[in-house]
Design a protein around this ligand. Sequence first.
Ligand code: IVH
Length: 689
Amino acid sequence: MAEKNLLKYEELKAQVNFHNYRYHVLDAPVISDLEYDRLLNELKRIEADHPDWVTSDSPTQRAGAKPADRFEKIRHPRAILSLANAFGADDARAWFERVRKLDDRVETARFVVEPKIDGLSVVLHYRDGLFVQGATRGDGEIGEDITSNLRTVRAIPLRIPVQTTDKPSSMVNRPPSYLVVRGEAFIPNKEFEELNRRLEEAGEKTYLNPRNTAAGSLRQLDPQLTASRPLTLLVYQIVYSESGEVPTSQWEILEYLKALGFPVTDVAKRFSDLESAIAYTETWNKGRDKLPYEADGMVIKIDDLNLAADLGFVGKDPRGAIAFKFPAREVTTTLNDIGVAVGRTGVLTPYAVLEPVEIGGVVVERATLHNFDFIAEKDIRVGDRVLVKRAGEVIPYIIGPVVDARSGKERAYKPPSKCPACGQAVEHFEGEVAWYCVNAACPAQLVRNIEHFVSRGAMDIVGLGTKIVEKLIETEKIKDAADIYTLTREDILEAVTKKERKTKAEPPGKNADNLLSAIEASKRRPLNRLIAALGIHGVGEVMAGDLSRAFGNLSALSKASAEELQQIEGLGPNIAESIVDWFAQPANQNVVKKLKAAGVDPKVQLSDVGKQSGKLSGLTFVVTGTLPTLTREGVKELIENNGGKVTDSVSKKTSYLVLGENPGSKADKARALGVKILDESGLRKLINS
Ligand code: IVH
């Protein structure tokens, strides 16, 4: 009886590991998260009854190891080598000539080109198919034992081969009794941005770049922390094997590792001549932003591993491969000054005024300095040589100062104690990094505030662009958001500059009329949108929805105490205080009063609470990429409030894919399956149709 149960347990374990593999390695789950959780819970239940059955390859054993005092040292079974660099095609050709002279087999050699991921090199040990040890590269001879941390990385199989539905070859069925593989652990760009977005929302310090975050996450002592970081990995090398056969070409190694259940790049290609390999490298140089991770180049490897080994090394660099580096996206320049920008919520953001410098074909003069703590922590001084990074669509940012380049003339920086735009004293909220100007009448803030107030996710007033807003603020026609509702046709006509009038095809009067009717229409927006439009620190779309349902109208919300506010699930003391503070400001009280007087006073009917429009009922949505106005939670709420369902993975059953910028593989999958694709406005149209 017990034996039969043990068998069932083993089967269940393999099943959970398989679904983990489908999700984290193939990015193509075949069951829902709910079903997965059910299997995992069943497994946990059995393990609770039979603690003696639990083995290290159980998916329950990924997290939970206790923090370590220090990392033990591990000697690698073979040296963990590095790579020589090639900067451009001619360097790569020169490498080829050098190795061809050493061995004429190189003449007809094939090449495998793989992405060179900018992460952390890790070495994984498997004994009898079980993951038993994992290490950092260290100095190439000796690394650090980070096994407990690596166990939390779900893309790493705990047992190989991973049981799949495919018919495995005999080689895969019987992997070497001892197998040591090497790969690169990293945080994908999207996950990194998401991580930083969450930190920023929580008012916490954000991370600098995916590479440092990945390395830091794997090299810290508490595995629980590692588990909370979105780490993954790709493997590309067999470092060592004992008793068992492994392939002798790089291309077959990749196929073999993949068949064993390891995550392997799908960008690798094999070529029969160097020029084709170089051409492929160049296409990825141009398309590097399409890669879901940071790559600092491509690796060109001689496919025949026996030939590659025979070529030997130069120092720690094997002659059989070369790193074809992409042009740097990080350069150094002089920090001429530090400026301070005032954001919508009054948050003060320091930015670098740089000696203009070209990075990847664009002249960069400004870069973000993140926040004042960052400047202090990195000890960034005006006059310093600084390292600047510009990658993809991301705003250029400062990585840090080049301390060795200091002349002694650099000046330490002191953050402003007053708002640079309005002169009012700045404030700091407990537990947050940012400094704020809390003056609601601050002109710089006002522009950002109005921009936010009229944005699509808020009051959605089309036609009130930044230029007009600036002009209306300058001429004091707008002193706060409520003044939008007292604008006259003349005010608007005056604000449209002469230059703009000439270039506009339509007569300006028509634009003014359109804008006036857009303003009028916005009075009918629901309460949650108005609350979100106010731009209260910490109150996003989801929170605005909760507040609207809980309080029913703006006046009630304005009188709520911090205690009352904290009755709402997920609303903590900081946000409660921020809401109370906002409504306590006389200027803001005035805005609420003026809005009401202008007829902007939406109410939530009690019967509306929890009511669903049902427009999307029966439909299943998957969301990918960054949407123009809605956050992840916001779009989920919108769909669910209208009766739709949101799931994580695309399948034939998916009704629509909601597509934003920089989408993931879900978009490709949706296209492949013929799933209909919508953008944010398409989704809104569907709801309002
Ligand atoms: S091959 C003999 N392939 O780049 C094997 N390295 O100096 C030498 N890297 O720190 C490495 N992606 O961690 C190789 N597909 C790839 C790689 C890769 C990233 C890293 C590796 C090493 C550095 C090369």
